[in-house]
Design a protein around this ligand. Structure first.
Ligand code: NAD
Length: 356
């Protein structure tokens, strides 16, 4: 087995991301060695369980006293207070205590929900993240952000709760729906545009960024995790440098809320948000026409649904959780790999960059 390891340097809370084919074997070893005496709960969703239940049950037998497996419904609806309460109550019934471990095994939804439950149950128990979608491998499993949604907006309730470790087994990506694959690819493009011109240049060379397009999956996951780990190591709580990871996300979160949570994939919304941010970057931040066209050409390899302008968008934009003193900060590009910020007088400016 040949695994890449990326280290997230956070002092006492440092951890490693294990990436590659067979990473779940390392997870099994970790669970076998889990000897705090505390119980283990594995959390997954219905689809992942239907595909990998056999393997999950065998992983659950690895800890000294076998793990309990909790299965939540698939999709964004699980990121709710109802499912948070349900999960915390399952933890209580299973007898989890402060020395226990939660294993979040699934996409970003499972990671966000189980991560939040682990951070609030008994004021915090340990969690490890086992991402099973491209999006969760390259983005949501690392960095400690957890969350659920409110009708008022995406991810409006959450916490920072770093995992003990991350195990990203790229073998499981073969069963992803193409839409979910592309959704993750949008976050890869985001990392390349904001932090990694070399990764961006590689993505330019791959004509088809789809699941069958021949992209070197392990390399892009490794590159994205490495860049994200570097940023988190210097700015864990998003006071400054980590904000670049929100490129495209202000409009994305507003779109996800205004279209009805779950209707549009997170990465699709991010791809649309990045198009708007690129237009503004060209108009306001001096992003060169040539670089703009290069960026757009890569973004256009990601299919997105045709979304129409909706007035509720501006309301959601003004509620963005990254606002400071009531004003929203937008991440824009000066160049590929170089970001800047702006605080517009009018939060609707992003929507108008797309819909005029
Ligand atoms: N915490 C963070 O830093 C962060 C960052 C980015 C996104 N997010 C959140 O992540 C969520 C999106 O994540 P996602 O795209 O992984 O969505 P998801 O968890 O809903 O997964 C998408 C679909 O793929 C299925 N699936 C998961 N693994 C599979 C596999 N191996 N094979 C087949 N199907 C599989 C799931 O059941 C689901 O139907 C959003 O809620 C978003 O807000 C969080």
């Amino acid at each position: 087995m040949d695994i890449d390891i990326v280290h997230v340097e956070l002092g006492e809370r440092s951890y490693s991301i294990h990436i590659g084919s067979g990473a779940w074997d390392f997870l099994e070893e970790y669970l076998r060695g889990w000897n705090s005496g505390g119980k283990v709960m594995m959390v997954t969703d219905e689809r992942v369980y239907s595909l990998y239940g056999h393997r999950i049950e065998s992983l659950a037998r690895a800890p000294v006293s076998s793990a309990t497996v909790a299965v939540v419904p698939e999709g964004e609806e699980s990121k709710s207070f109802h499912h948070l309460e349900d999960l915390c109550r399952k933890m209580a019934h299973a007898g989890l205590d402060r020395s226990s471990l939660v294993v979040a095994l699934g996409g970003g939804v499972v990671g966000d929900l189980a991560g939040l439950a682990a951070s609030v149950y008994l004021r915090g128990v340990s969690v490890i993240q086992v991402p099973t979608t491209l999006l969760s491998m390259v983005d949501s499993s690392t960095g400690g952000k957890t969350g659920i949604n409110l009708p008022e907006g995406k991810n409006q309730v959450g916490s920072f709760h770093q995992p003990q470790a991350v195990y990203a087994d790229t073998d499981v990506l073969g069963t992803l729906e193409p839409r979910d694959w592309f959704s993750g690819m949008a976050e890869v493009v985001k990392i390349s545009l904001t932090l990694d011109p070399e990764l961006f240049a590689y993505l330019e060379t791959v004509e088809d960024l789809g699941p069958e397009g021949g992209v070197d999956t392990r390399s892009i996951v490794e590159a994205a995790c490495r860049r994200k780990a570097e940023v988190i190591s210097i700015d864990e709580k998003e006071a400054g440098p980590r904000l670049v990871l929100n490129f495209g996300h202000t409009l994305a979160h507003a779109l996800e809320s205004s279209t009805g949570l779950g209707e549009i994939r997170h990465g699709e919304a991010v791809a649309i948000g990045m198009r708007a941010a690129l237009t503004l970057s060209k108009q306001i931040c001096g992003l060169d026409e040539g670089q703009y066209k290069r960026a757009l050409a890569v973004l256009e390899k990601i299919p997105v649904p045709d979304i129409r302008y909706d007035r509720s968008l501006e309301q959601f934009l003004s509620r963005d959780k990254k606002r400071v003193g009531g004003r929203v900060r937008y991440v824009l590009l000066e160049d590929i790999g170089r970001c800047t910020y702006m605080i517009p007088d009018d939060p609707g400016i992003l929507a108008r960059a797309l819909w005029g």
